[in-house]
Write a protein of this length. Structure first.
Length: 392
């Protein structure tokens, strides 16, 4: 096997990115470390140099239109991570929704509206050629694949090169959006560790106690299967807004939280051993983050270098503005504690890498409960605001 074949081997690149990412993730600077997110940044760097090498040593330019890691591996790792996280966090979801559901709806509305407001501002001041691409930065900066699907569906009806321009804006702004929410999670997680433990305990949701069983592959697969089906259900919103679906990720999360909260369904047990679920979660998480870096790294860096500096700045500004406004409202107005704020903001951003970074930084699985509480509201609001941005 020659060097070119090695560079094109997706499994080799995936495990190499995870390996390097784990080394990077253990570097500690002032109590802040990347953790599993190191695989994301390792994947970005490896993607860039590997793609450049392949372009220089092959006449096949179609590799630019292909993902390094197959879509099926990406989706499998993402679904496995979300299912395990949802089952771990499900013990508190009932009390969370009952007690604080409206707070997470407000937080999701605040963050998605702030992002739309920032996008509208930049859309108003940039030159005509970039106005459509700016709409793509909205769903990219807020790391929303369902939002992108909505934007592309509208763009298809408009014709011309609108779809390409939307994709350009999304591609350039997605990576800074992921990086910004990951850094934010690390900072807020560090703040959480410094807080008085009693203060957090006073705000913590009531945790239900029940007996755990060993990891059950049949029950786990049922969660994933039902979640994927639920994620494909379209809910018609009427008018020009169109339909709304939570996608595979949202469907699996909702099903995992729901079934995990009822513990058993016939012969299926969803109250599984936390340590065993955590092992599955960590394996899938590292695969997922490395895949994101490998598949998006070269494209994002190359687009930024060639024609996307303005769109990069727009996306970064939108992401930062949304998080800051959400943080202020979450802390000062609706009085969320640090763990609730971490999970709620990542859920409102619909950011799985942010969720992963938050759980590691805060050393708490409860982050996923609040992520799940904000996530469905955020998906709906993003789709609504994406439609509005096309009309104003």
């Amino acid at each position: 096997m020659n060097l070119k074949e090695l560079a094109a081997n997706p499994l080799l690149l995936l495990f190499f990115s995870i390996f390097i990412g784990q080394i990077l993730g253990r570097i500690n600077y002032k109590n802040i470390k990347l953790g599993s997110s190191g695989g994301l940044f390792a994947g970005i760097i490896i993607s860039y140099f590997v793609t450049r090498y392949l372009l220089a040593h092959t006449s096949n330019s179609s590799i630019l239109n292909e993902t390094i890691i197959p879509k099926e591996i990406f989706e499998l790792s993402l679904i496995g991570f979300i299912a395990s996280v949802g089952l771990i966090a499900s013990k508190n979801i009932r009390s969370t929704i009952k007690k604080n559901g409206y707070r997470f709806m407000i937080l999701a509305l605040t963050i998605t509206f702030s992002g739309a407001l920032s996008t509208w501002f930049f859309k108003s001041i940039l030159i005509d050629g970039l106005k459509i691409s700016v709409i793509g930065t909205y769903v990219g900066a807020l790391t929303s694949s369902p939002g992108l699907a909505t934007a592309l569906e509208i763009a298809k009806r408009l014709g011309g090169n609108t779809e390409a321009m939307i994709g350009l804006g999304y591609s350039i702004s997605y990576m800074p959006g992921v990086v910004i929410i990951t850094v934010f999670a690390q900072i807020l997680g560090k703040f959480h560790r410094k807080e008085n433990g009693l203060k957090e305990l006073a705000n913590k949701e009531v945790e239900e106690k029940f007996k755990e069983s060993n990891f059950n592959i049949v029950s786990f697969c049922f969660v994933c299967l039902l979640g994927v089906i639920v994620g494909q259900i379209n809910i018609y919103l009427g008018g020009h807004i169109g339909s709304f679906s939570v996608g595979s990720t949202g469907g699996v999360l909702i099903v995992a939280l729901g079934l995990g909260s009822i513990k058993k369904l016939g012969f299926l047990s969803f109250c599984m051993n936390k340590n065993q679920l955590s092992t599955v979660r960590d394996i899938c998480l590292n695969m997922f983050l490395a895949t994101v870096g490998l598949n998006y790294g070269y494209g994002a860096i190359n687009l930024i270098q060639t024609l996307g500096v303005q769109l990069l700045l727009v996306g970064a500004a939108t992401s930062i503005f949304s998080i800051l406004v959400g943080g202020i409202v979450g802390r000062k107005l609706i009085k969320l504690n640090t763990i609730q704020l971490l999970g709620g903001i990542c859920g409102a951003m619909t950011s799985t890498p942010g969720l992963a970074a938050s759980m590691e930084a805060a050393d708490s699985d409860d982050v996923a409960v609040y992520y799940g509480a904000a996530y469905p509201f955020a998906l709906l609001f993003k789709i609504v605001f994406t439609n509005i941005l096309f009309k104003i």
